[in-house]
Design a protein around this ligand. Structure first.
Ligand code: ATP
Length: 447
């Protein structure tokens, strides 16, 4: 897509996401709620598919990684040990003396308010942890926090997992879950929210091998996006400078995506050294270390972390798949004048894998056969049945939600038990025997 179209692209994605059931503004009937979004039926499928691919990558394709699902609410001491309650997890915030709007210091240039041009006051620290109370009494003793990152639950269970699963270093623990940050300037749709989902993997290693594993995971994670169809030219690596590094990190690479609003981080790969296990040992008084049977030595493992956002990934997959084609694609008279929208999702990510249409809805034999095919395909894939409007319109509806294959039952189908299968991207239609349909789709979709 050309540069001049880039600014509209976000608007188009937001509008498509709402119209076609991917993402809705939260609490819409109450006027919305700042930077909260709900996933609609197709967005839910899309996000599950992304998370499933991540889980498959970590737990199945990689070696020696196990899964975990830990609590959002933890002892508040966790956040002291992790450094999140101290200055490390604060943003510098500036407030306008006139309209009292607040901004992240690094997001405004000069000392004028971007909203009203008023004078900005001097910057102060603002902690990003979301505070809450546990139990009926709202006093200091009952304060805890919604987790700001999923990985802390992994560190706390390091020993449980190590012992119960009889693991040997190097090994990883992977978890997907919600995190919460009281972001000062959320925005850009689902790019920055206060409630979001992370896909994090912590790889426990011998400190001698940290460079090797750091490089390994940077490469693996970048390739994951490319493997799932994200265009190479829209991805790049950014090595964090000393000033940019988070309080826990010794080295870090960001995987960045070329969003319409600039190159921005979608995933971080961090060398966290022994920060986490050492601090939790210190604060809890419970020693967290590893005994190497071979060398008969005891040490605190170092950690390489891969930390991706599930919501940011959804946005990346939507943006990268979006294509507009001027007229004529579906060869209906009406369509030739219009712009047609296609989401060219990789089939693993596509919410709906195939759609089944009878050529006409008032021809009983066609409808009967199409419904039979639909019922049969449902056992293997998430498929839709559609008999409303012209075939051209039905193709367009499926293109717009990124369905890779459309299957049409016509008069010939009733005669010779074949159907046409239309490919979303090449538009080539092949006649396939109904008996071979499941095999054919399995081969094409490579799920
Ligand atoms: P940023 O610099 O954008 O605030 P970060 O460096 O604080 O991000 P990490 O703490 O490394 O982010 O979190 C890892 C991943 O979690 C990010 O790459 C991003 O995909 C996701 N993430 C972090 N904060 C948010 C948020 N507020 N909304 C949505 N996703 C987020």
């Amino acid at each position: 897509m050309k540069e001049e179209n880039q600014n509209d692209l976000m608007d188009k994605i937001i509008s498509l996401a709402k119209r076609r059931g991917f993402i809705f503004p939260s609490s819409e009937i109450y006027g919305g709620f700042s930077s909260s979004y709900d996933y609609g039926p197709l967005g839910t499928e899309l996000k599950y598919n992304i998370k499933n691919e991540w889980r498959k990558e970590m737990l199945q394709f990689q070696d020696n990684i196990v899964g975990l699902d830990t609590a959002i609410l933890m002892s508040p001491k966790v956040w002291q040990a992790s450094g999140h309650l101290s200055a490390g997890f604060s943003d510098l915030l500036v407030e306008c003396s006139k309209c009292h709007h607040r901004f992240r210091d690094d997001m405004v240039s000069g000392n004028k308010c971007p909203d009203c041009n008023g004078e900005l006051m001097s910057a102060r620290k603002f902690n990003l942890m979301m505070k809450t109370f546990v139990g009926p009494v709202e006093d200091d003793a009952s304060v805890t926090y919604l987790r700001a990152e999923t990985c802390q639950g992994i560190y706390l269970n390091y020993e449980n997992v190590l012992n119960s699963m009889r693991l040997k270093i190097p090994f990883g623990i992977a978890q997907i879950g919600k995190s919460f940050r009281n972001e000062i300037n959320p925005g850009n749709f689902i790019y920055r929210m206060r409630e979001f989902e992370q896909m994090e993997m912590q790889f426990f290693i011998n400190p001698n091998e940290s460079d090797k594993w750091f490089d390994y995971w940077v490469e693996q994670r970048l390739n994951w996006y490319i493997k799932l169809g994200i265009k190479k030219e829209n991805l790049r690596l950014h090595q964090q400078t000393k000033e940019e590094l988070a309080h826990y990190a010794r080295a870090a690479y960001d995987i960045e995506y070329k969003f319409p609003f600039g190159w921005k981080e979608i995933e971080g790969i961090h060398n966290r050294g022994d920060w986490d296990l050492s601090n939790h040992s210190k604060y809890s008084g419970h020693e967290l270390n590893y005994f190497d049977e071979k060398t008969k030595t005891k040490f605190t493992p170092h950690i390489i972390e891969t930390s991706a956002g599930a919501d940011r990934s959804v946005l990346v997959f939507l943006l990268d798949a979006y294509e507009e084609i001027k007229g004529g694609r579906t060869q209906t008279t009406k369509a030739t004048k219009e712009i047609e929208t296609v989401l060219k999702f990789n089939s693993k990510i596509a919410p709906v894998k195939a759609a089944v249409f009878p050529l006409m809805k008032n021809k009983e034999p066609l409808v009967k056969l199409a419904k039979q095919i639909y019922q049969n395909l449902k056992k293997n894939f998430l498929v839709q049945y559609d008999e409303i409007d012209s075939i051209g319109r039905r193709y367009r509806r499926q293109d717009e939600i990124g369905t890779p294959y459309c299957i049409t039952v016509d008069f010939q189908s009733v005669e010779d038990k074949t159907v046409t299968v239309r490919d979303r991207d090449t538009l080539i239609q092949k006649r396939i025997a109904i008996n071979n349909l499941v095999d054919y789709l399995n081969q094409q979709l490579e799920l």
